[in-house]
Design a protein around this ligand. Sequence first.
Ligand SMILES: Nc1ncnc2c1ncn2[C@@H]1O[C@H](COP(=O)(O)OP(=O)(O)OP(=O)(O)O)[C@@H](O)[C@H]1O
Ligand SMILES: [Mg+2]
Length: 250
Amino acid sequence: MLEARGLSVSFGAQPVLRDIDLTVAEHEFVCVVGPSGCGKTTLLRALAGLTPISSGSALFKGRPVIAPQTELAVVFQDYARALLPWRTVAGNVALALEARNIPASDHAARIAPLLAKLGLSGDGDKFPSQLSGGMQQRLQIARCLAQEPEVLLMDEPFGSLDAITRQQLQDEVARLAKEEKRTVLFITHDLEEAIYLGDRVIALARVKGNLAGRIAEIVDIALPRPRQQLATREDPRFLQYRHRLFRHLE
Ligand SMILES: Nc1ncnc2c1ncn2[C@@H]1O[C@H](COP(=O)(O)OP(=O)(O)OP(=O)(O)O)[C@@H](O)[C@H]1O
Ligand SMILES: [Mg+2]
């Protein structure tokens, strides 16, 4: 579904990503972890067509991604800036429908089930400033789903949320990805979040010397689904994955 082939990105003379090869299969949930500054956001943006690639390629269904496309939806870490403050909750979701040229008369019928799915029924007339952080992030996810993308690209989407909200949203995103059969590439610096959510975890690391990020290891996560916050995290295999991947974050 999504592929990087020998993908490298430089900003000026500074190489940031070097020779990244990865594939994300249809309906797969792939997590990328790595220390701050190793190029995670750059990788996601390059795959989304938001950052120019220096060499190699980013492919969606075998075709080069050279500009943003509606089949690829991006969930940004900074939900406050991703939402339009002067639009209501429903109005923010409508944005994605407008982009798809869906007639306004159909909007309400499409928005209601999405808000329900993300626990925002009854909040449609509120403005983003009247929502909690977790609700704003759920709204951003609702808007991305309204885009009906095949792929969700998520960049540390729960980074600034408290631990409880974060766990709830992890479970909601895992459930949505399965129910709606989406393909997900999920960036996080939280190793446990990556193992908890992923079918596979890709560890990015910085190459000493030139400081470019490269893939250090790819691990298949053979934990049963649906996953559970307590049981899954206490599974001995969970701890083995954590031990194995931890060194890449040091
Ligand atoms: N537009 C840009 N121009 C110049 N350098 C950039 C640009 N964007 C990112 N960089 C540099 O590329 C490197 C990787 O940045 P990136 O944001 O991809 O890291 P990251 O892994 O997402 O980090 P974090 O975990 O802190 O979000 C950093 O050294 C950063 O300074
Ligand atoms: Mg980042």
